[in-house]
Design a protein around this ligand. Structure first.
Ligand SMILES: [Zn+2]
Length: 98
């Protein structure tokens, strides 16, 4: 076994901390759902979108979120049971035949 020299220069801890999610990124990720739902004020959405476009981790997160949403949307469409359709159509018929 080799003893590691304790005085060797290593990655300073402060630098690693700085690379963690910044306040801006945390805010962006927090409001990502609102942004994708178009549930934000336009001015806020613009700021958020500008940050996401300029920030790689946030771009990835936004892409992933959109991808998941697309999958869910598709899954929902595919899983819509025909019984439900029949029910909706019959209700429409009842309503329009009055
Ligand atoms: Zn970011």
């Amino acid at each position: 076994m080799t003893a590691e020299p304790t005085g060797a220069p290593r990655e300073p801890r402060a630098e690693a901390d700085e690379r963690e999610v910044s306040q801006e990124c945390r805010a962006a990720l927090e409001h990502l759902a609102e942004l994708l739902d178009h549930a934000m004020a336009d001015s806020d959405a613009d700021v958020l979108r500008a940050h996401i476009e300029a920030c790689d981790p946030c771009t990835e997160a936004a892409d992933a979120e959109e991808h998941v949403r697309a999958l869910i949307r598709r899954a929902c469409v595919e899983k819509a049971p025909s019984q439900l359709r029949v029910r909706i159509v019959s209700q429409l018929v009842v309503r329009t035949s009055r």
